[in-house]
Design a protein. Sequence first.
Length: 501
Amino acid sequence: MQENKNQNNQTEELDINHLMQIRRDKLKELQEEGKDPYEITKFDRTNTAGEIKANYDKFDEKDVTVAGRIIAKRIMGKASFCTIQDCDEKIQSYVSINDLGEESYKSFKTFDIGDIIGITGFVFKTRTEEISVHAKEVTLLSKSLRPLPEKFHGLKDPDLRYRQRYTDLIVNPEVKETFLLRSKIISKIRKILEEEGYLEVETPILNTISGGATARPFITHHNALNIDMYLRIALELNLKRLIVGGFDKVYELGRVFRNEGMDIRHNPEFTMLELYAAYQDYHDMMDIVEKIFSQTSKEVLGTTKVTYQGQEIDLAPGWKRISMIDAIKEVTGIDFNEIQTDEEAVELAKSKNIEIPDKTKETRGDVISLFFDEYVESTLIQPTFVYDYPVEISPLAKKSPKDKRLTERFEVFICGREYGNAFSELNDPIDQYERFKKQVEAREAGDEEAGMMDDDYIHALEIGLPPTGGLGIGIDRLIMLLTDSASIRDALLFPTMKPLN
């Protein structure tokens, strides 16, 4: 079976090489005739296919100039049809020897699928009522030297589609639609935050320490300073420095980098939205999450009800809000309010065959987190805020006044996946320093995801951070939800891929 597959691949490669040589020969002939398409530096296009088709009455019998890639072609003696695809639509063109002249028509007939051409002519409808351009002039703008994937089989291999996104966008139009929606979603988010009074800012991607999240960083080296630096794993600490500096509301939409495994939910670089608001808390952050998700969906899709991988999700405000301990009790019947010591919690975990990854995490708070991950997360289908997380897993969140073992932190879950993380931000520099120390101890014990000591951030807190609400949303996961994309790679134009060699 594998031998046959290899033989088929070799035959296909030979066919492609043969076709590529034919196209190169055509290019050479054009160049020898002084018609090198690559020498054209500009082409004055007047309209796109989408504009013409959406406003036919306006363009009927009017002259236009369009440009795009040939995706279909029918040669019929002295008259032919071709279809080009541009940035937003495809449109047919009628091309005849009577309009172009013998020499130009002869050249047109040699054009290949994939070539990029410009067409000047007038708009009309064919007998079958198809909006078309009657060509008066056709110009070859770029020669495609490699054939596009065969029409009926197309580009189906997911790995190849991600590696050759440029080809994927050409032959799979629905892929382009996903990324048009992505742009609209991000634009709407910015509009919402601007209306809420948030200022968009930019913070460094390169830092001398990694901080703001629990993740393994990428490390690079700065030659001039002769120091190692870290690609940011979060936007948090620099944004809160700006709140210290006097900005009331700030946000950043930017790339962050985490040196972790890849799967349908994780890519080493991804887009994060983080925002911070002075004088607010984590309840206010719940409200802004509902607003961002529901209004964005309503604006972009026309509804707050979306279907994700067969499950209908209602994003309208009024999401369920439940504490982590109550969520565990609701699913398992186990009430961690009745379990007071680390020893009791560890024994309970052992009785349920829940493995604690290392000895430094044998605490009641860590066990609560493990129980939630094991039993609860996958059950949260409709939008749900899970709040009051253990202090052990929340080094940057303010402790709950009701229970100092918990923090004012929440995560939002939809379809069993986490979409956002928020805190009432810790603004006590003494408490923050002690929590950083615990992170450093965990790091020294071998936990590569644990944070580092950030002395300058402690200094900023000592200057004074007002009570602040903070929020992070994984934009790529939101895109996946609103475009019904099964994998994060379907929501990224250029996902990280293992080199072929």
